[in-house]
Design a binder for this molecule. Structure first.
Ligand code: ADA
Length: 569
């Protein structure tokens, strides 16, 4: 499942989920030996989507691996081949021909294949999960370093005239919306063609026109309407609208929610009313599936997060599945979306590199494209814990933020800083996120009080006094099942104690607009016997979850649940 609803009712689509032929290429000889022309006898098959590290004897494999799938095309036809997410570097070949390269991990990329002849075709993917100083994330990162095709691969049959994309925007004045719908119709034909374009909201037709498209061209149709008295999407009270664009032999469905986001007096306002954010950081990760997180388990995560009393989730630290965001849309839960620029060990030298910045820019663009219509998404975040004290960080951030502002003006732009008292980036953002671990990595929990006092003074001196400040990370490790009489480090008791004390401090500070506990569930860490990084991660897990990796609640879960339920705005 890709979405909780059908994105196409007319276009024929097929998921290529299931077994693919799979081969490791640890010596990286595949390109030289032209495996894309002649795939070697497959050593075994790999289920797609999945992470290969979850298979036997593959746990710590980082490097190159090849996938192959035969596809059957019933008629000579145009085909759209979509890879919804492949970790790291991906080169795609069709019948021995290189179709293209993509770098990323959590966003889709696609190829449109004109007039693919009827019959069998061979799709080959070379992936490389190797991290280095210029990949995003870079080589030292605090989550397990999986590889593979982690989200579905989709095959769509498209007609000569097809809907390339649809974009829905609106301006709200109370409950009156000026709606702007843009539909791009693309021709793959040799001749000029005409089609009807019809737009529906649910089953209700509200627009129809004839569109002429020259051979091989794209026409962007823009429809502007005034919709009065729309039902507003709100926290805990979701209202969704389904918009379908239909042409002669194709269609596309998008789902939106009408809501207005603002900031005022240190608070996030949704539809003019302040919402105190009660959140957690969630990795989309599970020990059995890695990042190929099954939709069924997303329902369970959602239920647990609702039990906890959250009204928001931070998608740490990469664009999460559209299915997950659909669930948040349907439940009125706010979302923070970010790209995997994870900076705690990011050298300044890397920040300066053009390739690194270009990768970050294209990840931002792909994230916005993927999540654009989800009403739950209210924050775009450009990075986490980079060294935000340097001019190089400033220059890169300015570039990322200005590109985001061109892509979307309707959401708040933010980041998470680990240097709140020295950060020079504050003025660039709408909202400031602070990550700090008093009671765990430094001092005791009371350290938050002094830090926040100094931070507010500093923010004021930088002209940022009114911006909402969110506590985007805080907490400590608690090993599931380790409970006792005394709150020892790494016990559930100690974790529950520091998290609840921290929450009380934040709630007392009128300048804090919300909290995201680090973290929802325990995740696998990236420990290596020959590396000094993350050696404090017992069991090779980051144990700061309120639930363990199998979603069993710890004491801290009960405490946060009690506290979040007691907070009313
Ligand atoms: C950082 C980082 C998280 C995690 C956390 C921790 O704040 O943003 O990804 O690594 O520290 O557990 O130390």
């Amino acid at each position: 499942m890709l979405r909780t609803f059908q994105e196409h009712n007319i276009r024929a689509t097929e998921l290529l989920n299931g077994p693919w032929d799979f081969l490791k290429d640890p010596s990286n000889v595949g390109v030289q030996e032209k495996w894309y022309e002649r795939f070697p006898q497959a050593s075994h098959s790999m289920y797609v989507p999945s992470c290969w590290n979850n298979e036997l004897n593959m746990y710590d494999y980082e490097g190159v691996a090849w996938y192959r799938k035969m596809i059957r095309i019933e008629d000579n036809q145009h085909v759209r081949l979509i890879f919804h997410a492949v970790l790291g570097h991906a080169d795609v070949y069709l019948d021995g021909r290189h179709l293209g390269y993509h770098f990323g991990g959590y966003t889709p990329f696609e190829f449109v294949l004109h007039s693919l002849p009827k019959g069998d075709h061979e799709v080959i993917v070379r992936t490389d999960s190797t991290l280095d100083r210029l990949t995003i994330p870079t080589e030292h990162v605090d989550w397990f370093h999986y590889g593979g095709i982690i989200r579905p691969v989709e095959l769509q049959c498209i007609p000569d005239l097809y809907i390339e994309k649809m974009k829905v925007d609106y301006e709200l004045n109370e409950a009156n919306a000026e709606v702007c719908i843009q539909v791009s119709i693309k021709s793959l034909s040799q001749i000029e063609m005409t089609t009807a374009l019809t737009l529906f909201e649910g089953n209700l037709e509200f627009h129809s026109e004839q569109v002429r498209v020259d051979a091989g061209e794209t026409v962007n149709c823009m429809v502007k309407l005034q919709w009065n008295d729309v039902r507003l999407w709100n926290v805990g009270r979701p209202e969704l609208y389904t918009i379908q664009a239909k042409i002669n032999f194709d269609d596309k469905v998008e789902r939106i929610g009408f809501r207005q986001i603002e900031t005022k007096d240190h608070r996030i306002l949704i539809n003019g009313l302040p919402v105190y954010l009660k959140g957690v950081n969630r990795h989309e990760e599970h020990p059995e599936w890695g990042f190929a997180f099954p939709p069924k388990l997303m329902h369970k995560d959602l239920d647990i997060i609702r039990e906890l009393g959250c009204n928001t989730v931070r998608g740490s630290h990469y664009p999460q599945s559209p299915y997950w965001l659909d669930l948040l849309d349907e439940n009125g839960i706010l979302f923070w979306s970010e790209i995997p620029v994870w900076g705690a060990f990011l050298p300044n030298e890397t920040v300066k590199e053009e390739l690194f910045q270009m990768r970050a820019l294209s990840m931002l663009e792909e994230m916005v494209r993927l999540h654009y219509h989800h009403p739950s998404v209210i924050f775009w975040s450009v990075h986490n814990e980079i060294d935000s004290r340097t001019q190089d960080a400033y220059k890169m951030t300015e570039r990322l933020v200005s590109s985001l502002r061109q892509l979307d003006t309707s959401r708040l732009i933010t980041f998470a800083t680990m240097y709140p008292l020295e950060d020079i980036l504050l003025p660039l953002f709408d909202v400031i996120g602070i990550n700090k671990y008093y009671g765990w990595y430094e001092g005791d929990v009371d350290g938050f009080k002094d830090m926040l006092k100094l931070f507010h003074e500093r923010a004021e001196s930088m002209g940022c006094a009114d911006k909402p400040v969110l506590m985007t990370e805080f907490g400590g490790a608690g090993i599931f099942g380790d409970v006792g009489w005394e709150p020892r480090l790494f016990s559930e008791d100690y974790q529950a104690k520091i998290v609840s004390e921290a929450l009380a401090i934040f709630r007392d500070d009128p300048k804090i607009g919300g909290t995201y506990v680090w973290q929802f569930a325990d995740i696998r860490g990236d420990l290596k016997s020959n590396s000094t990084y993350f050696r404090d991660r017992a069991r090779s897990f980051n144990n700061k979850g309120l639930v363990n990796e199998y979603r069993r609640p710890k004491q801290s879960f009960r405490e946060v649940q009690r506290i979040y339920h007691s907070w009313t705005e």
